[in-house]
Design a protein. Structure first.
Length: 454
C-alpha cells in the first residue's frame, strides 16, 4: 500500500506538496508555498500534518515559489534528507528561495517600522539562513535517467516545458508508475520546446489550472503594439507585473522582436526584478534547455535597461518619458511592482498589463476584477489606471493541450487525481476527461489522504 497525502495544490492552485508513504521510502513531491487567499497563506505558518523527520527525499518538478517556497520551513522543522531536481530547476530554486527570504525579512521590517501588523513583532516566514540551509541539501539529477531510491522504488525527470528546467516526474513503486505532471507547458512556446508526453501511468496526478479554459488565439503582438502606442500617445507608463522565471524573458524577447521588425518605436524598457536578472544568467548557463541562440540572447538583453538597485527604481519612477516597466511579481503579491503601483496606480494615463493566471486572493486578481482600490503595505490606493489582461502568454497548457498531453498514455490509469486548480476548473476538467477517456477521475480535497492498494 502507498498512502498519498495531499498537503497542497488540492482544491486550489498553489502550495504544491504531495507526500507518499511506502514501506521502503517516504517521498515528498514538491514543497511549495500557498499564495493568494489569506486562509491558505496562513497555512504556510502551520506545521505539516505529517512527521517531517520521516520524509526521506523531496523531488521537485520545477523551481517556482508555489513548488519550492516551503523548503526552508521544511528544513527548519527537521527534514534531514536530500532535495532533488534538474540542474536548472535547482539553480532557479536557489534564486527564488534567497529572494523570497529577503522579501520576507524586508516586509517584516516594514510592518514593524510602520506598525500595521497585528503581530508584535512581525516575524518573517523564514530568513536568509533558513533558505541557505535548504539549499545545502540540493542534489542534481539528470533528465530522462532512472535513479534508484531503494530496491523497489525508482524515479526519473521528463521534460515538460513551462519554465527552464521544468519536468514531470515518473515514480515507480513495486512496478506501479506514479506520474506527477508538475505544471505542463505550452506546445510551440516562444522560448522552450514542446512538452514530452507520458506513455504509461497507473496513477496520474495532473494539473488543472486551465482545466476549464482554452487560451485565446495568439494576438499578443497586436496587443503589445496597441498598448505601446497608447502609452506613447498619453505620455504615460505601461506597467507589466511579471514572474521572474520565463514570463519576464518572454516579454523581453517579444518587445525586442517587435522593435527589430519596426512594429514599435524605441520606447525605453526597464526591467526591475533582481530575481529576473539572476534568472537571465540561468538561460546563459543552460543553452540546451531553451531555443535562444547566444546572439539572440545578447541582443535581447542589450535592448532593455536592467535595473540593479533600489535607487534606480526611484530614478525610473521620476523619469518623465513614456516607458515600459516590467517588474516582479507576476500576481502582484510582492516585489518591486508594488513600489511602482504605489506611485502610479492612481494616475489615469498609467496602463497595467496583467499576463497569465491570477490566483484568487491576490492583488492581480483584484485588479483583474476591476477593484476600485488596492492595499499595499497597509495603505489603500485608488485604482485609476487602465487594466488589461493577456492570457495567451500563459506558461500553462489549457484544457485541450492537457488532454493532448495525456493522449499518449497507452494503458487505462487505475486512478487519476486532478490537482492545481480552482473548483470550477477541476469540475469541468473531470467531466471532460471522463467523457473522452472514460478514466476514473477524483478531485482530492486539501489534506485528504488516499490509500492506494496494489
Amino acid at each position: 500500500m502507498v498512502k498519498v497525502h495531499f498537503l497542497g495544490a488540492s482544491g486550489t492552485v498553489t502550495g504544491s506538496k504531495f507526500y507518499l508513504e511506502s514501506s521502503e521510502k517516504n517521498i515528498l513531491i514538491d514543497c511549495g508555498l500557498f499564495q493568494g487567499r489569506k486562509d491558505l497563506r496562513i497555512s504556510n505558518w502551520k506545521p505539516l500534518p505529517v512527521p517531517v523527520s520521516s520524509i526521506d527525499i523531496v523531488l521537485l518538478t520545477h523551481g517556482h515559489l508555489d513548488h519550492t517556497g516551503y523548503l526552508p520551513r521544511l528544513v527548519k522543522a527537521g527534514f534531514k534528507g536530500i532535495i532533488v531536481g534538474t540542474a536548472p530547476t535547482l539553480a532557479i530554486a536557489r534564486i527564488i528561495l534567497l529572494d523570497s527570504a529577503k522579501i520576507n525579512e524586508e516586509e517584516a521590517e516594514i510592518a514593524n517600522r510602520e506598525g500595521y501588523s497585528k503581530h508584535k513583532p512581525a516575524m518573517p516566514l523564514y530568513n536568509l539562513q533558513d533558505a541557505e540551509n535548504a539549499i545545502d541539501l540540493f542534489r542534481v539529477e539528470e533528465l530522462n535517467q532512472w535513479a534508484q531510491l531503494s530496491e523497489n522504488i525508482r524515479f526519473r525527470f521528463r521534460y515538460n516545458g513551462h519554465i527552464i528546467g521544468s519536468t514531470f516526474i515518473e515514480l515507480e513503486i513495486s512496478g506501479k508508475r506514479f506520474v506527477f505532471s508538475g505544471d505542463v507547458g505550452r506546445p510551440d512556446d516562444l522560448l522552450l520546446d514542446s512538452p514530452v508526453k507520458p506513455e504509461w501511468a497507473d496513477f496520474l496526478f495532473v494539473e488543472s489550472t486551465y482545466g476549464n479554459k482554452l487560451h485565446p488565439p495568439d494576438k499578443v503582438e497586436d496587443r503589445l503594439i496597441s498598448l505601446v502606442n497608447k502609452t506613447l500617445y498619453e505620455r504615460g507608463n505601461l506597467l507589466i507585473p511579471s514572474f521572474a522565471v520565463e514570463r519576464l524573458q518572454s516579454l523581453m524577447y517579444l518587445f525586442w522582436k517587435l522593435y527589430k521588425k519596426n512594429k514599435i518605436p524605441n520606447i525605453p524598457i526597464f526591467v526591475d526584478s533582481p530575481m529576473g536578472n539572476n534568472v537571465l544568467t540561468i538561460f546563459e548557463r543552460f543553452p540546451d534547455w531553451h531555443k535562444l541562440s547566444a546572439k539572440e540572447y545578447s541582443a535581447m538583453c542589450g535592448h532593455v535597461n536592467i535595473i540593479d538597485s533600489y535607487r534606480q527604481t526611484w530614478e525610473t519612477i521620476d523619469d518623465p518619458r513614456p516607458k515600459i516597466i516590467i517588474a516582479g511579481s507576476g500576481m502582484v503579491t510582492g516585489g518591486r511592482i508594488l513600489t511602482y503601483l504605489q506611485q502610479m496606480v492612481d494616475i489615469p494615463n498609467t496602463n497595467i498589463l496583467l499576463v497569465g493566471y491570477m490566483a484568487e486572493g491576490t492583488r492581480g486578481r483584484a485588479l483583474l476584477e476591476e477593484a476600485s482600490e488596492i492595499k499595499i503595505f497597509g495603505k489603500y490606493y485608488d485604482v485609476k489606471a487602465s487594466v488589461y489582461h493577456e492570457e495567451s502568454l500563459s506558461a500553462h497548457s489549457d484544457q485541450k493541450e492537457l488532454l493532448d498531453w495525456m493522449a499518449s498514455i497507452k494503458n487505462i490509469p487505475e486512478r487519476v487525481f486532478l490537482i492545481h486548480g480552482e473548483q470550477e476548473a477541476l469540475d469541468e476538467f473531470k467531466d471532460k476527461i471522463e467523457e473522452i477517456y472514460k478514466w476514473n477521475v477524483q478531485i482530492p480535497e486539501l489534506f485528504e489522504t488516499a490509500e492506494l492498494i496494489f
